[in-house]
Design a protein around this ligand. Structure first.
Ligand code: ATP
Ligand code: MG
Length: 448
């Protein structure tokens, strides 16, 4: 069954049950109240009648006396101890309908009874006749007005129930529409995405705080993320295959050169092997970086611990210095030793990426400074090299982006270093500040 029909059915059913329950409670309470009232009045009446009757019997003939006490629609009679009616008077309206039962009761009786689908109250009261014998004064009284009123009440309640159903059905329709509309639109959008293979958003009007609006918003947000990821992925795959094409072409052309003339020309042999080796190393490095970049940030498995910053920086600079035989000045801008909570390996990796760039794009002395500013610990790496043009600054963190393609390729760069640095920095909560001026140099600040 469709959600819309389920909502309609459940709300209508629930309301119907509620309405019937309320109306029947009201009806039966009234029913009880009215009949109790009638019985009470009848009881008081027979008590009074009995008193008056006892006072006048013997003075006024029984027949006349009964006639003066007969109810408008009903009868009055005297039943002897031997279950015989001695005197009885019936009102003209009830002569056809009331069937008399002549039964003597020892005690006072008052109850409801039905004769030929009409309701009556039966009252019986013991009395002492002038001759000293005991008899019953019995009154049967029609309560048609009360039953008629109850009948009207029944009809009114039935009509009210029917009328109340109209707004219930309308509101349940409105409610089901309200709930199912965004869901239907979401299903429609999803189907379109499946069929056309394009990322689509659900149209959302205005702003609301309800769950359905939130669901739509979340869906759209998810689509945004998926689209960005999808774009990144296709871009990445095309970039990667493009970047791998160059070293592979170089290797291929040197290999075919070797095949043709390599055995006869020792210089060419050496050159080719060197070129193939250097391209192979670069490709290996690039694939390693690509693999790291392909990892999701959750898979970085960050292991933070408390470390002394200057010791770590000095150690990193020292190993870098000996690997490349460089002139690096290491300085501390603070007196007391600085401790930070970070992932040592990843911070080192981050420094290596920036020091490698400083090395590649400058020939002069490099400076590394550690210090603290505004309660934040920082590492500054300064080079006095070619710098980065202003318009390229925002792009250097993009994958495969290189300012001078020919030059950085010669230096073995693939343009992945800074994008990897950004991912690592995000994983260990380090903020990167890159300030550079063409021809003057570059300063990288890592704020931990
Ligand atoms: P890789 O680091 O992958 O080996 P790469 O160094 O070319 O290659 P990135 O480290 O991402 O790539 O740097 C991107 C580009 O930014 C570089 O190609 C270079 O043009 C420029 N760049 C980065 N650091 C500096 C720097 N310190 N001085 C001048 N230019 C820089
Ligand atoms: Mg680099």
């Amino acid at each position: 069954m469709k959600l819309r029909n389920k909502i309609n059915l459940y709300t209508s059913f629930l309301f119907a049950v509620l309405l019937i329950l309320i109306n029947s409670t009201i009806y039966f309470s009234f029913h009880q109240l009215i009949f109790d009232g009638e019985l009470n009045t009848a009881k008081k009446e027979i008590e009074k009648t009995t008193r008056d009757f006892s006072d006048s019997i013997g003075i006024i003939p029984e027949d006349d006396l009964l006639r003066s006490y007969v109810p408008i629609s009903g009868m009055i009679q005297i039943v002897s101890e031997k279950n015989q009616v001695t005197t009885a008077v019936t009102s003209p309206t009830e002569q056809a309908s009331i069937q008399r039962k002549d039964l003597f009761y020892q005690q006072e009786i008052s109850r409801l009874m039905v004769y030929q689908k009409k309701s009556y109250i039966f009252e019986s009261m013991p009395i002492i006749l002038p001759d000293g014998t005991i008899a019953n004064l019995q009154i049967i009284k029609g309560i048609q007005t009360a039953t008629d009123n109850l009948k009207i009440l029944r009809y009114v309640m039935l009509a009210v129930t029917m009328i109340a159903f109209i707004p219930v059905i309308l509101s349940s329709k409105f409610l089901s529409n309200l709930i199912t509309q965004p869901i239907l639109s979401m299903i429609h959008t999803m189907q379109e995405i499946r069929v056309k293979g394009r990322f689509k958003r659900i149209p959302l009007e205005g702003h609301s705080n309800d769950e359905l609006f939130k669901m739509g918003e979340t869906f759209n947000h998810m689509m945004d993320l998926l689209e960005v990821n999808y774009q990144k992925q296709t871009e990445f795959v095309s970039n990667a295959s493009h970047e791998l094409k160059t070293p592979l072409t170089i290797i291929e052309s040197y290999a075919s050169l070797l095949k043709r003339r390599g055995f006869s020309d020792p210089d060419l042999l050496l050159e080719s092997i060197e070129a193939i080796l250097s391209e192979a190393i670069q490709m290996k490095e690039m694939t390693e970086q690509l693999l790291l970049l392909a990892k999701q940030s959750e898979q970085w498995s960050v292991q933070k611990e408390k470390i002394q910053l200057s010791a770590l920086v000095e150690q990193t600079v020292h190993s870098f210095k000996s690997a490349y035989d460089l002139n690096i000045e290491c300085r501390q801008d603070h007196e007391s030793p600085l401790f930070v909570e970070t992932d040592e390996k990843k911070l080192k990796q981050l420094m290596f990426i920036f020091l490698d760039n400083a090395r590649k794009y400058s020939d002069q002395r490099l400076t590394v400074i550690t210090g603290m500013e505004k309660e934040k610990v920082f590492i500054k790496m300064i080079d006095r090299g070619i710098g980065i043009p202003k318009e390229d600054l925002p792009k250097v963190f993009d994958r495969f982006y290189r300012v001078d393609k020919a030059r950085s390729r010669k230096q073995g760069g693939s343009g992945l270093g800074l994008s990897l640095a950004k991912e690592i920095a995000d994983a260990i909560d380090v903020h990167i500040l890159l300030v550079s001026e063409e021809g003057i140099g570059t300063t990288v600040t890592l704020v931990i």
